[in-house]
Design a protein around this ligand. Structure first.
Ligand SMILES: *[C@@H]1O[C@H](CO)[C@@H](O)[C@H](O)[C@H]1NC(C)=O
Ligand SMILES: *[C@@H]1O[C@H](CO)[C@@H](O)[C@H](O)[C@H]1NC(C)=O
Ligand SMILES: *[C@@H]1O[C@H](CO)[C@@H](O)[C@H](O)[C@H]1NC(C)=O
Length: 405
């Protein structure tokens, strides 16, 4: 219990000393008082909402005694028994403080600090397994005890119990290199405080709990020249060993910002190219990870939403026949085929194809227009020539008529 008693006890002790010494000087009986100061019995613990009994020291006392709380005669609801003990009835938080008992002549007989709370209840335990070599179990109390507690935790590794190293302030404990091959694991946590101790036992499968941390350093980038592509890259979670024995599978999901429906891609690599983004739209992108081998294990949390827009052409849309030669990126071939929305990823039928079509159409229209204009011109020329001919005929006829016969 030594641990439990330390809080504030020193402060109280110092304060009591100075009070005692002052009184002692007044009554010039220093030695007696110093002895009584050393008789201060530290902290007394009691249960909230119960009757708490405080004794005025263990030695023979002269009756009657007078009790004070925090140096004031005002006490909470109480009784004093015939042998001088103080019984606090149905004690609540306001009954906590420093209790002192004095004899008839005002001589301090005994002093102690009272703290109230509850014995520990069962714990609610949850465990996280971020990789194959680490288990962290955390807990929350089902009963608020109001008292400092100690915890002793151990995990059964096969036949023997190995300690789970406790962090009291964070209320968790860690086991390194647990026996992952065991089908069932048992964790035992004992909480102890001044009023009692309670042991909670939890059983679980490490395989079921294996859940990597989310991928890190996720980046979504446009690919210049491609209004429907996005390049997504990420790093393995730093708590996951970069080892061939522990492969991860990644799931990437994305959608235009105002769409309800996600598209998904799976990958074993650390980057992937989205080939069917909606041109000109902002997209939401997230990534998560799972142990590739252990199908009972859990997906990590999703990474935070990232927003990105595919490349857009803001300059003059000059047709570039040599686009294919300057590909800045070749899509990786190993993105898994199990994508939830099957897509055609043939770049030949993508934007470049459309550009060719537009050029063809323009050329075609030019040819047609030229033909039409030439035809109109030819027709017009012939008409003009015919008109000219009739005019000439007419004039010659007029000339002939006016010729003297
Ligand atoms: C506390 O003491 C009072 C008076 O002696 C008694 O009536 C009551 O039943 C006690 N309560 C408990 C919980 O012991
Ligand atoms: C904690 O539990 C282990 C295993 O049950 C036991 O050997 C050890 O003595 C306990 N330690 C404390 C401080 O209670
Ligand atoms: C496993 O995870 C723990 C907790 O995040 C970490 O401290 C440890 O370094 C990780 N182990 C490996 C091999 O990465």
């Amino acid at each position: 219990m030594n641990h439990i008693n330390t809080d504030n006890a020193d402060t109280w002790y110092v304060r009591l000393c100075s009070v005692q010494i002052l009184q002692a000087r007044q009554q010039s009986a220093l030695i007696f008082y110093v002895m009584s100061v050393f008789a201060v019995s530290g902290v007394h613990y009691g249960r909230l909402e119960s009757n708490v009994t405080l004794a005025c020291g263990k030695s023979q006392i002269r009756l009657p005694v007078v009790w004070h709380l925090n140096h004031s005669p005002m006490l909470p609801w109480h009784q004093v028994t015939s042998d001088g003990r103080l019984v606090l009835l149905h004690a609540n938080h306001s009954a906590q403080g420093i209790y002192s008992c004095y004899d008839n002549s005002g001589v301090l007989l005994h002093s102690m600090k009272l703290r109230l709370g509850h014995p520990p209840g069962l714990l609610s335990i949850s465990c996280q397994v971020p990789n194959h070599t680490h288990v962290r179990c955390s807990w929350v109390e089902s009963v608020k005890t109001f008292l400092p507690a100690k915890y002793n935790a151990s995990l059964r590794n096969g036949q023997e119990w190995s300690p789970c190293i406790v962090d009291v302030t964070q209320k968790h404990c860690d086991v390194d290199h647990p026996a992952f091959w065991q089908p069932i694991h048992t964790l035992r946590i004992t909480e102890t405080n001044a009023l009692g101790s309670t042991t909670t036992i939890a059983r679980f499968k490490l395989h079921d709990l294996l859940k990597p941390d989310p991928p890190e350093s996720v980046l979504v980038k446009e690919i210049e020249g491609y209004p429907k592509k996005l390049l997504v890259s990420w790093k393995f979670p730093s708590s996951w060993p970069l080892h061939d024995a522990f492969p991860l599978v990644f799931q990437i999901r994305y959608r235009p910002q105002d769409s309800m429906y996600w598209s998904e891609i799976y990958s074993l690599e650390s980057s992937v190219v989205i080939l069917d983004a909606l041109a000109g739209h902002l997209h939401q992108v997230q990534v998560r990870a799972r142990d590739e081998v252990d199908t009972e294990s859990q997906w990590s949390e999703w990474t935070p939403l990232l927003l990105s827009r595919p490349w857009e052409d803001y300059t003059t849309p000059e047709p570039n026949e040599e686009l294919d030669i300057y590909l800045p990126f070749t899509p990786p071939t190993n993105s898994k085929p199990e994508a939830s929305t099957p897509k055609s990823h043939d770049p030949k039928h993508g934007d470049e194809g459309n550009l060719g079509l537009v050029i063809l159409l323009v050329l075609f229209s030019v040819v047609i227009l030229t033909t039409i204009f030439s035809l109109i011109f030819v027709v017009w020329m012939r008409q003009r020539r015919r008109d000219h001919a009739t005019k000439q005929e007419l004039t010659s006829m007029v000339k002939m008529k006016s010729m003297p016969i």
